[in-house]
Design a protein around this ligand. Structure first.
Ligand SMILES: NC(=O)c1ccc[n+]([C@@H]2O[C@H](COP(=O)([O-])OP(=O)(O)OC[C@H]3O[C@@H](n4cnc5c(N)ncnc54)[C@H](O)[C@@H]3O)[C@@H](O)[C@H]2O)c1
Length: 378
């Protein structure tokens, strides 16, 4: 079992991981005097997980379960609106807590509902994917998508508690485990390169791990995120490094419509960002090669379909990091590395303006490298 207190700026909340932690949740929320819990989850969260969570919170107060359709395309304002209405119809008041149960999509949708209703209801995260347990619930960011781009509507909202019931992760498909491991690789490359040697031995292409290994991975991700968010809870300075790979990754995620997971898309984005960093003289060839090596070690394989390229390029223009820098025609702001573990700063900003033609070149080059390795044609 691993219990810790997360402290990002003035935001502080307990994080529990282990076997049987849900049974302890009540000890952490007593002072909130909650008299009703509303669990929000998507329809693909396995039944046994929903039932166990319902039973655990049901020992504290009455519980209702609300569901929505799974997948990135349902992470939108209509879903949030519909759930808000249902929560109100079920008699919610200021002493109602929202329990976000499931992956990153459920966490973001339920996080938005909690942040909006009554200008903020208590939020408890029960993440059930490796992605949500080790990454998304640690961010204070809640957001949903517009048709124009990912995470364009959102807010910062702090949970009261996070409970990772480790056995829940046992039912995850391999692709969903890999998705979480992609963010771990991002933390190694962009924040803690001194841990690479230790981890390269631990990574497995089939992503089958024991529960205690998953617990270690989650603890490492907390350590990495704390390094950059302790003094930057809104991820506007050093915390922006967590967006490494996200400009192109999010564009691919919207384009591929579920063919690849969030983590796989971010990994593709990291390979492109590394290519660009190397072209600008910020990373060495060895450092770029390390990106490929670590991702190979977790069985990463993403291949673009040729018709996706212009769509990805279009979505890149709508990335939600616009505005951190003055607009520069023909350029897009990206997070780049200046050596592993160090975000590149340009003109005292944490975002680097990159020529769109170099972004296109990077996407094509990373794709071609894969096509050559796998003997297919682009
Ligand atoms: N800062 C942030 O807020 C932040 C950070 C990282 C990712 N995200 C977001 O998270 C989302 C991706 O999250 P994800 O990878 O968890 O995907 P997801 O939420 O879509 O979950 C993947 C699938 O796994 C199912 N599932 C959940 N738990 C399961 C379990 N224990 N066993 C079997 N199946 C299970 C879900 O129902 C879903 O169908 C993206 O929308 C991304 O933008 C947000």
């Amino acid at each position: 079992m691993f219990h810790t207190i997360i402290q990002f700026g003035d935001h502080r909340y307990p994080f529990m991981t282990g076997v049987g932690v849900l049974a302890e949740a009540g000890n952490y929320v007593q002072e909130l005097h909650i008299h009703q819990y509303m669990i929000i989850t998507d329809e693909h969260t396995p039944d046994h997980i929903v039932k166990e969570t319902e039973a655990a919170f049901g020992r504290l107060a009455p519980v209702r379960v609300l569901t929505f359709q799974p997948g990135e395309e349902w992470k939108n304002l209509s879903t949030v609106h519909e759930l808000c209405k249902q929560v109100i119809d079920l008699g919610a008041d200021r002493r109602t807590a929202i329990v976000a149960l499931g992956g990153g999509v459920s966490g973001n949708v339920a996080g938005m509902v909690a942040g909006l209703l009554f200008r903020g209801l208590p939020l408890i995260h029960v993440p059930t994917t490796l992605m949500s347990a080790s990454d998304s619930v640690l961010s204070l960011k809640q957001a949903v998508n517009l048709t124009q781009g990912k995470n364009l509507v959102g807010m910062f909202y702090t949970p009261k508690l996070i409970c990772v019931e480790l056995p829940f992760l046992q039912s995850l498909a391999e692709r969903d485990l890999r998705s979480g491991m992609c963010e771990l690789v991002k933390n190694l490359l962009a924040i803690c390169p001194e841990r690479i040697n230790e981890y390269r031995r631990k990574l497995r292409p089939n992503n089958q791990y024991e529960l205690d290994e998953l617990q270690q991975f989650i603890a490492f991700c907390i350590e990495a995120k704390t390094k950059v968010m302790a003094d930057d809870p809104y991820e506007k300075k050093d915390g922006l490094v967590l967006e490494y790979g996200h400009t192109i990754g999010h564009a691919l995620e919207l384009t591929c419509k579920g063919k690849y997971t969030h983590g796989e898309c971010i990994s593709f984005g990291m390979l492109c960002a590394a290519y660009i960093s190397q072209r600008l003289g910020l990373l060495t060839a060895e450092e770029t090669a390390m990106h490929h090596e670590l991702l190979e070690r977790i069985g990463y394989q993403v291949e673009l379909e040729p018709e996706w390229l212009p769509i990805i390029e279009q979505y890149v223009q709508n990335d939600n990091k616009r505005g951190y820098r003055e607009r520069r025609p023909g350029c897009t702001g990206m997070v780049l590395l200046n050596g592993l573990g160090t975000i590149h700063r340009e003109d005292d900003a944490w975002i680097t303006m990159v020529d769109n033609s170099l972004i296109s070149e990077a996407i094509r080059s990373v794709q071609e490298r894969r096509a050559i390795m796998h003997g297919s044609r682009t």
